[in-house]
Design a protein around this ligand. Structure first.
Ligand SMILES: [Ca+2]
Length: 403
């Protein structure tokens, strides 16, 4: 048998989960309280946290406690590209504690994506950060439905894992699809939704969820734990499209079509209908104002780090929008954003030509049943954003325990 891992199933879910047979200890001990125990547990945790904080004040590592906690949920296709660059924007920041990296199907199937992010974590020496397998399939949407819709309503310009070009089965990880080399590191035994729930309960109101792929995992967490949205500090997502100014054919016939929402419309509807403590969205409108240039890749590579060499090696001028990096960077430094507006957002889940399209209303026009107003980011200071990104990627990767 070659290095390729044989196909183990089909889209209907038959076959074996590539990462399900992983063995070894979980990276976190779970202690999941029943509903109603949250406030008691929070009070106890608060007391413990206070005690720990005082102890830390006396310790030289006091700075470590001030780092902002994040879980990134990403469709981590690679090698290189926006998904992995966004994850590393968070991992590279000394001000951020990346609790875990959840991986969901979207741009590629989940198992191939897991291979890409694990290999990258090996390259930068951060395999201590848990990688959590998320949803392989959207809640309702299927590839067969998308192919049928294409016949009925016209060409769909981008289908991610469902593309005909480069197609492989969901649970296959062909070595040809992972040219950077197959990882030896393994993902966590814990799934993405349970990990996120556990973390927001362990650190109530302190964990930001950066959801920069389809929203399947976040929707599952919301359905499993009705307090999830309120216990998270903030939701930051890349998704949706309002009125993008672009000649790109992806939005020419349908400017409200955006991939993350369209791949799993029902999940996005669940997430946007939830009552978050705070929600921030990065739509296509502002994403397409950003470009990762070869000059930037070459500048990062002069740092001489393995990460710098990796970005330059896998630089792709045909996919240069910095979709997800912008979401991560704007959370780290909101001053890179120059225009934003609150909208109520939702997704069209009616079957038909506009299935998966973005719906939006300003506050004054909102429907009665609606979720949290979303701070929608609409413009960016490119010079400041590019500098932040290049500086982060040119820096040494924070060591284990420091991020
Ligand atoms: Ca993504």
């Amino acid at each position: 048998m070659s290095e390729s891992i044989e196909s183990r199933g089909n889209e209907e879910g038959e076959g074996q989960n590539q990462w399900a047979a992983c063995t070894g200890p979980d990276v976190r001990n779970f202690d999941y309280p029943a509903r109603g125990e949250t406030s008691k547990r929070s009070a106890m945790k608060h007391a413990l946290f206070l005690f720990a904080s005082i102890a830390v004040l006396l310790a030289p590592a006091a700075f470590a406690q001030s780092r902002r906690k994040v879980i990134v949920d990403e469709d981590a296709a690679g090698p290189g590209g926006s998904n992995l660059q966004a994850i590393m924007t968070l991992v590279q920041s000394p001000a951020v504690e990346t609790l875990g990296i959840a991986v969901v199907s979207g741009d590629q199937w989940r198992d191939e994506e897991i291979a890409h992010i694990l290999r990258l974590l090996e390259i930068v020496g951060r395999t201590d950060i848990p990688v959590l397998p998320g949803a392989v399939f959207p809640l309702v949407h299927t590839r067969d439905q998308a192919l049928l819709d294409e016949q009925l309503y016209g060409k769909i310009n981008y289908m991610g894992a469902w593309e005909r070009r480069g197609w492989h089965e969901p649970f296959a990880v062909p070595s040809t699809a992972v040219p950077e080399g197959m990882p030896t590191a393994r993902p966590s035994n814990t799934d993405a939704a349970h990990f996120m729930i556990h973390m927001v309960r362990q650190y109530p109101h302190q964990v930001t969820i950066v959801a920069v792929g389809p929203m399947t995992d976040v929707a599952l967490a919301l359905r499993l734990d009705p307090e999830f949205a309120q216990l998270a500090q903030e939701l930051v997502f890349m998704g949706g499209s309002l009125n993008p100014v672009s000649n790109d054919p992806e939005w020419e016939s349908d400017p409200r079509h955006e991939f993350n929402f369209w791949f799993d419309p029902e999940a996005a509807h669940i997430v946007l209908s939830a009552h978050w403590a705070k929600a921030t969205g990065v739509p296509v409108d502002v994403s397409i104002k950003t470009h990762f240039t070869r000059v930037m890749a070459e500048e990062i590579a002069t740092s001489g780090t393995p990460l710098g060499r990796y970005w330059l090696k896998y630089y792709d001028a045909d996919n240069d929008y910095m979709w997800d990096e912008l979401a991560a960077a704007a959370w780290i430094d909101p001053s890179i954003i120059t225009a934003e507006k609150d909208y109520i957002l939702d997704v069209n889940i009616e079957r038909g030509p506009n299935y998966g399209d973005t719906l939006s209303w300003p506050e004054r026009d909102k429907p009665n049943l609606s979720g949290t107003p979303v701070h929608v980011l609409l413009d960016v200071n490119n010079e400041k954003f590019d500098k932040l990104f290049v500086d982060l990627m040119s820096s040494p990767t924070p060591k284990e325990g420091a991020n």
